[in-house]
Design a protein around this ligand. Structure first.
Ligand code: SAM
Length: 218
């Protein structure tokens, strides 16, 4: 199997299941034009996040790692009237573009709030509980983000963390890459920790070989 095939199948599935979406497409186009890295979730992953948040009945959503707000828009669209989302972003330049993309998508700061700064500094300033948490920032701090998410959760809160397979490197205990070590620290934390009920799923697609963690607070 090749990445070319995975991309062809992703294109097929997107055509089959996703409608043209000028607002999301503009968010990606403006992010690219502004020089942001092309590391947003894929359309099918965005829809998965949306469906998971809707299924969880989320009225309050926390995201760690905004970039240009692409996944944020998918998540904000899952909110019912009166719902609220907070997204944490380190880079002011990313946050500024995300603000514009969210505004264009119809989610002002009263609905989708961006907290700028290192997430380990901004998370303790937030008030929970959140119903749904999406973790998609630096991987070195993943375990700390899962702990922070727990502090801001309630029983039944859903937590999703992206990019936890790292092309398979996660299974190599000798790998010294900071992101791989960060992911492994997160799995060490979750191992037999009865606060969480968790699984992880490997994925392939136009973003390559990776995967995500899905956890529920017991
Ligand atoms: N969730 C976004 C999407 O799918 O559209 C993609 C997020 S991108 C993979 C990761 C983002 O996390 C980047 O914008 C990066 O600047 C941000 N980030 C990295 N380290 C961070 C930190 N310590 N605190 C907050 N954000 C951070």
């Amino acid at each position: 199997m090749t990445r070319e095939l995975w991309t062809r199948v992703d294109d097929y599935l997107n055509d089959a299941l996703l409608s043209a979406d000028p607002v999301l497409e503009a968010a990606l186009a403006d992010s690219g034009a502004a020089g942001l890295p092309p590391i947003a979730v894929s359309p099918s992953q965005g829809k998965l996040l949306h469906l998971l948040a809707v299924t969880a009945g989320a009225r309050s959503i926390l995201e760690i790692g905004t970039l240009g707000g692409y996944s944020t828009i998918w998540l904000a669209r899952a909110l019912p009237p009166g719902g609220h989302l907070v997204t944490c972003e380190y880079e002011p330049r990313h946050a500024k573009l995300a603000r514009a993309n969210l505004d264009r998508a119809g989610f002002g700061a009263d609905v989708a709030e961006i907290r700028v700064g290192a997430a380990l500094d901004t998370l303790p300033t937030l008030t929970g509980p959140f119903d749904f948490v999406f973790i998609d920032a630096d991987k070195a701090n993943l375990a700390a983000y899962v702990e922070a998410a727990f502090s801001l959760s309630r029983q039944g809160t859903t937590i999703v963390a992206d990019n936890v397979i790292r092309g398979g490197a996660v299974a190599d205990p000798t790998d010294t890459d900071r992101s791989v070590r960060g992911v492994r620290e997160m799995f060490d934390l979750l191992h037999e920790d009865d606060r969480f009920d968790a699984t992880a799923v490997q994925t392939v697609g136009d973003k390559g070989y990776d995967g995500f963690l899905l956890a529920r607070i017991r």
